[in-house]
Design a protein around this ligand. Structure first.
Ligand SMILES: NC(=O)c1ccc[n+]([C@@H]2O[C@H](COP(=O)([O-])OP(=O)(O)OC[C@H]3O[C@@H](n4cnc5c(N)ncnc54)[C@H](O)[C@@H]3O)[C@@H](O)[C@H]2O)c1
Ligand SMILES: *[C@@H]1O[C@H](CO)[C@@H](O)[C@H](O)[C@H]1NC(C)=O
Ligand SMILES: *[C@@H]1O[C@H](CO)[C@@H](O)[C@H](O)[C@H]1NC(C)=O
Ligand SMILES: *[C@@H]1O[C@H](CO)[C@@H](O)[C@H](O)[C@H]1NC(C)=O
Ligand SMILES: *[C@@H]1O[C@H](CO)[C@@H](O)[C@H](O)[C@H]1NC(C)=O
Ligand SMILES: CC(=O)N[C@H]1CO[C@H](CO)[C@@H](O)[C@@H]1O
Length: 707
C-alpha cells in the first residue's frame, strides 16, 4: 500500500497527520497489506509542519492537539510499533516534521539530491515529533546535536554514511526499492529496526555527557539570548539518561512552552515577513511577469560595483563591468576575482566553478557592448552632474527595454533621471556593503518607476539570493534613515555623561552585532560624518549635532582603518577601550554647552537600550507613516537584514509592539521634557499610543498580514 496524502505531503497539517494515522490503522487492519511504503506525491516527501498554523496555536484559534498526540500516539504507537514494517521513500525534502515522520519508519530510502534536516530551532521551537530522540539514535549524539543546533540539512550520500538513510537510489527506482525493502524486512531478510530503541550509534554515557556539556557551553557563548537551543539539548539529554520514552515526554513539554514563547512568535513573524517583501500592492498584483534578464552591465568597479558584480556572476548572470580607465578597470576586476578566490580558499567553491563563474565577467571602457544588456546598475561616485550625464548616455546606448538602476545612497533619483525621457525605467538598487555578502537589497522607486521595472528587479533580487524590500525615495531610504537616530542618540548620551563602552556593551548584549560606537569605527569616521551631515541637512529639526567625531578626526582618528577611533585596535584588529577618549568627550561636552547629568552617567542597561532604540522606533514610525515603506513587516526585515537587528526579537516595530506603543510614547515624552525635542514622539506614535494600538498597524496599509 502506498500512502500519498493529497497536498504532496509538502507541509504537514494536523489534518494530514490525522489522515496518516487513519491510513496506517486501515493498512494494519487489511489482510492484503503486508508492509507499508510512505512517500509523497511524485516521490517528493515533506518540507515539514505548516508554519502558518503556528499563529493559530499561539493565539488559541487552532486548538493544539493534546500533549504527545503526534509524537507518541501517531508516530511511536501507531507507526513505529506497528505489526507491519514501513519504509519511507524520500525525494526532494525531508525537513523538520517531514524527517521526523521518516525517522519513525523502519527504514529510509532517499535519492542523492534529497535534503534531510531538522531546522526547527530556526523558528524558536525544537523538533517536536520525536526528532530530539530518534536523530541521536540514528546518527549518534554529536552529529545529531550539530544538525539540530546549526539547522543545516544533509544530502543523500552523507545521510547514507551517517546511517540516517539505508540506501540511496535514483528517483525512478525509489518506490520500488522501498517496497522491496519493506517486504525483505517482513520476511526477515533485512533487519526491522525501530529508530527509537536503537543504541548502537549512541556514544557511551560518560562520553555523551562530555558532548552535551560542550554543546551547552558553545550554545551559551554563540546565542546568549536564546533559551530554546538549551531546552532542546535538555530534551536530548533526557532521552539519553532516562530512556527514549521519557525523552519524548520531555520533548512534548518543552515544545508546548516554546511554541508560545516570544522568540518563536518573533522568528515566525520574520519567516513570513521575509517572504512577504515581494508582495507590493499596485505592483505585484497586476499579473505582470518578470522579464528575462540575462546580461547586466555595471558602471563603476569600486568596492560596491565589484561586490554587485560578484553577486551577479555567482548567480549565473553575464556581467559587463565598465570603468573610466584601464587602471581602475583592472582594480575592479581584481576585486571580483579576489571575492571568488576567498571562496575557493575556504573550500566552498571548486576551481572549476571559479573559472566558469569568472568567465561570465567582462571588463570594458566604453558603451559599445551595452547594445544588448537588459539592466544597468550604476555604482559610480556620488556626484549628481556625473550621474545625470551617465543616465543620458545610457539612454543612448542601451536598448529601450533596459532597466536603468542606480546604487546611489544619497541622491534623489528623480533628479538623476530629470534630464532623460526614461524615467519609467529608472530605479534604485541599493546594496549594502559588501554587496556579495549582505542579504538586503533596497529597491527604490520614484513616482515614475513602472511596475514592470519593479517586478523585474524583485525577481533579480531573489535570484541573486537577496531579500528585496521596495521603498520610496527619501534621504537614507529605509535602513539608513530608520537608524540615523541610533548613533545620534548615543552621542547625545555620551556628551551628558554616559560611558561609550557601556553603551556598546548594552547594545551588543541586546543582540546587535555591535554597538553604535564600534560601528562608527568600522564604517570609518569619514563615512559616518558624511551620512550624519546628510541627515542634519535634511532633518535639522530632529537631528542631534555632536562635535565629538569631528574633534576626534582632528586628532587623525578615522576609526578602525587608522587603528584609532572610539577604540584602539591591535594588529589583529582586536578592539580595546581608549583611556584618552575622555579628553575628546569633555571638549565636545563644553562645545555643546551641557554638563554631566548624574542620572545619565549611571543609566541601567535597560535605560541605555531604550534611550537609543526608542528614537529608532520613532523614525521607523515616520518612515511607515510617510508611505516610504509598503508595510511594517518590510521595515522589520530591513532592520534585521540591513543592520543586524536580532531576528529573534522580530524586527524593530515587532519588538516595539511587544513593549507597547503607550509605554514607548510615555518614555519618549518624559525624556523630551528633560533632554529636549530630540526625544519628542512623532504624531503617528502619539496617535497609536492614544488608541492603545500597535505601531505596526498602519492605517492605510492594505495588505497587513495576520502574522
Ligand atoms: N534564509 C535566509 O537567510 C536568506 C537570506 C538572504 C536571502 N534569502 C532569500 O530569500 C528567499 C527565501 O529563502 P529561503 O532560503 O528561506 O527559502 P524558501 O523561501 O524556499 O523557504 C525555505 C523552506 O521553507 C519552506 N516553507 C515555506 N513556506 C512554508 C510554510 N508555510 N510552512 C512550512 N514550510 C514552509 C519551504 O518549503 C522551504 O523548504 C530566497 O530567495 C533566498 O534566496 C534568504
Ligand atoms: C552604494 O550603496 C552603499 C551603501 O549605502 C554605499 O556605501 C556606496 O557608497 C554606494 N555606492 C555608490 C557608488 O553609490
Ligand atoms: C562631478 O562630475 C562632473 C561631471 O563629470 C565634474 O565636472 C565635476 O568636477 C565633478 N564634481 C566633483 C565634486 O567631483
Ligand atoms: C520623532 O519624530 C519627531 C518628528 O515627528 C521629531 O521631532 C523627534 O525629534 C523624533 N524623536 C526621536 C526620538 O527621534
Ligand atoms: C499613508 O498615509 C500617509 C499620510 O496620510 C501618506 O502620506 C502616505 O502616502 C500613505 N501611504 C500609502 C502607501 O498610501
Ligand atoms: C524625499 C525625496 O527625495 N522625495 C522625492 C521623491 O520623488 C518625488 C518625485 O518623484 C519628489 O517630489 C520628492 O521630493
Amino acid at each position: 500500500m502506498r500512502i500519498c496524502p493529497e497536498n504532496n505531503l509538502l507541509f504537514l497539517f494536523f489534518s494530514v497527520l490525522n489522515s496518516l494515522k487513519e491510513s496506517y490503522e486501515q493498512a494494519l487492519r487489511r489482510d492484503d497489506v503486508k508492509a507499508i511504503v510512505l512517500t509523497g506525491a511524485k516521490g517528493k516527501f515533506s518540507g515539514g509542519f505548516d508554519i502558518s498554523a503556528f499563529g493559530g496555536i499561539q493565539d488559541g484559534t487552532t486548538p493544539a492537539p493534546k500533549r504527545g498526540y503526534v509524537s507518541v500516539e501517531i508516530l511511536s504507537d501507531t507507526m513505529e510499533a506497528a505489526r507491519k514494517p514501513s519504509v519511507a521513500a524520500i525525494d526532494g525534502l525531508a525537513l523538520g516534521g517531514g524527517l521526523e515522520v521518516a525517522m519513525a519508519c523502519h527504514a529510509r530510502i532517499s535519492t542523492r539530491t534529497t535534503q534531510l534536516g531538522l531546522p526547527e530551532l530556526q523558528l524558536g521551537i525544537l523538533p517536536g515529533f520525536g526528532g530530539t530522540q530518534r536523530l541521536p539514535r540514528l546518527v549518534g549524539l554529536a552529529k545529531a546535536l550539530e544538525m539540530m543546533l546549526t539547522s543545516k540539512p544533509v544530502k543523500g550520500e552523507e545521510a547514507l554514511s551517517l546511517g540516517l538513510v539505508d540506501a540511496v537510489v535514483s528517483p525512478n527506482e525509489l518506490v520500488d526499492t522501498a517496497r522491496r525493502w519493506a517486504i525483505d524486512m517482513l520476511e526477515r531478510r533485512k533487519p526491522w529496526v525501530s529508530s527509537l530503541y536503537k543504541t548502537d550509534k549512541l556514544e557511551p554515557l560518560p562520553e555523551a555527557r562530555e558532548i552535551l556539556k560542550f554543546a551547552r557551553a558553545q550554545t551559551r557563548r554563540q546565542a546568549p539570548n536564546l533559551k530554546h537551543p538549551l531546552l532542546c539539548i535538555d530534551a536530548v539529554e533526557e532521552g539519553i539518561v532516562s530512556g527514549p520514552v521519557a525523552g519524548l515526554w520531555k520533548e512534548a513539554d518543552v515544545f508546548d512552552i516554546l511554541v508560545k514563547s516570544d522568540t518563536c512568535r518573533s522568528l515566525v513573524h520574520i519567516f513570513f515577513a521575509q517572504r512577504g517583501t515581494t508582495k507590493v500592492p499596485g505592483v505585484t498584483d497586476l499579473g505582470l511577469k518578470p522579464r528575462k534578464i540575462k546580461n547586466v552591465a555595471i558602471l563603476g568597479g569600486g568596492l560596491m560595483g565589484s561586490g554587485i558584480a560578484t553577486a551577479l556572476i555567482l548567480s549565473g548572470y553575464s556581467v559587463i563591468l565598465k570603468e573610466v580607465n584601464n587602471d581602475f578597470l583592472q582594480g575592479g576586476l581584481g576585486r571580483v576575482k579576489a571575492n571568488l578566490q576567498s571562496r575557493v580558499k575556504k573550500g566552498s567553491m571548486t576551481q572549476e566553478k571559479f573559472d566558469k563563474t569568472l568567465s561570465l565577467l567582462k571588463g570594458v571602457l566604453d558603451y559599445d557592448s551595452f547594445r544588448n544588456v537588459d539592466m544597468v546598475i550604476e555604482a559610480v561616485i556620488e556626484n549628481i552632474s556625473l550621474k545625470q550625464q551617465i543616465f543620458s548616455d545610457l539612454e543612448k546606448y542601451c536598448p529601450p527595454h533596459c532597466i536603468l538602476a542606480s546604487n546611489t545612497s544619497t541622491i534623489d533619483l528623480s533628479l538623476i533621471g530629470e534630464k532623460t525621457k526614461s524615467q519609467d525605467r529608472i530605479i534604485g538598487a541599493h546594496f549594502f556593503s559588501p554587496a556579495h555578502v549582505m542579504p538586503l537589497l533596497e529597491i527604490v522607486r520614484t513616482q515614475k518607476t513602472s511596475p514592470q521595472a519593479i517586478v523585474d528587479l524583485l525577481d533579480l533580487g531573489k535570484k541573486i539570493k537577496k531579500t528585496p524590500v521596495v521603498v520610496g525615495n527619501c534621504t537614507g531610504f529605509a535602513v539608513n534613515r530608520m537608524f540615523f537616530p541610533y548613533t545620534q542618540a548615543a552621542l547625545l548620551l555620551v556628551e551628558r555623561g554616559t560611558d561609550v563602552y557601556q553603551i556598546d556593551k548594552a547594545i551588543t548584549k541586546f543582540g546587535m552585532p555591535m554597538g553604535p560606537f564600534r560601528l562608527c569605527d568600522l564604517v570609518g569616521f569619514g563615512v559616518a560624518v558624511a551620512t550624519g551631515t546628510q541627515f542634519v541637512m535634511n532633518f535639522p529639526e530632529r537631528s542631534y549635532k555632536s562635535m565629538l567625531i569631528p574633534l576626534m578626526q582632528e586628532d587623525k582618528r578615522a576609526g578602525e582603518t587608522t587603528r584609532r577611533g572610539f577604540y584602539l585596535y591591535d594588529n589583529k584588529r582586536k578592539a580595546s577601550p581608549d583611556p584618552e577618549l575622555k579628553k575628546f568627550i569633555e571638549k565636545a561636552r563644553d562645545m555643546a554647552g551641557v554638563g554631566i547629568d548624574p542620572k545619565l552617567a549611571k543609566l541601567s542597561e535597560k535605560d541605555i537600550l531604550e534611550m537609543i532604540f526608542f528614537p529608532v522606533v520613532n523614525e521607523t514610525c515616520r518612515v511607515l507613516a510617510e508611505g516610504i515603506a509598503v508595510k511594517a513587516a518590510d521595515l522589520d526585515i530591513a532592520g534585521v537584514m540591513g543592520m543586524g537587528f536580532p531576528p529573534y526579537r522580530g524586527g524593530i516595530l515587532f519588538w516595539a509592539d511587544s513593549l507597547g506603543s503607550k509605554y514607548i510614547f510615555s518614555r519618549l515624552s518624559l525624556w523630551a521634557k528633560t533632554y529636549g525635542g530630540f526625544f519628542e514622539p512623532c504624531p503617528y506614535m502619539a496617535d497609536k499610543a492614544a488608541k492603545g494600538a500597535p505601531l505596526s498597524s498602519s492605517n492605510n496599509d492594505s495588505m497587513q498580514s495576520r502574522l
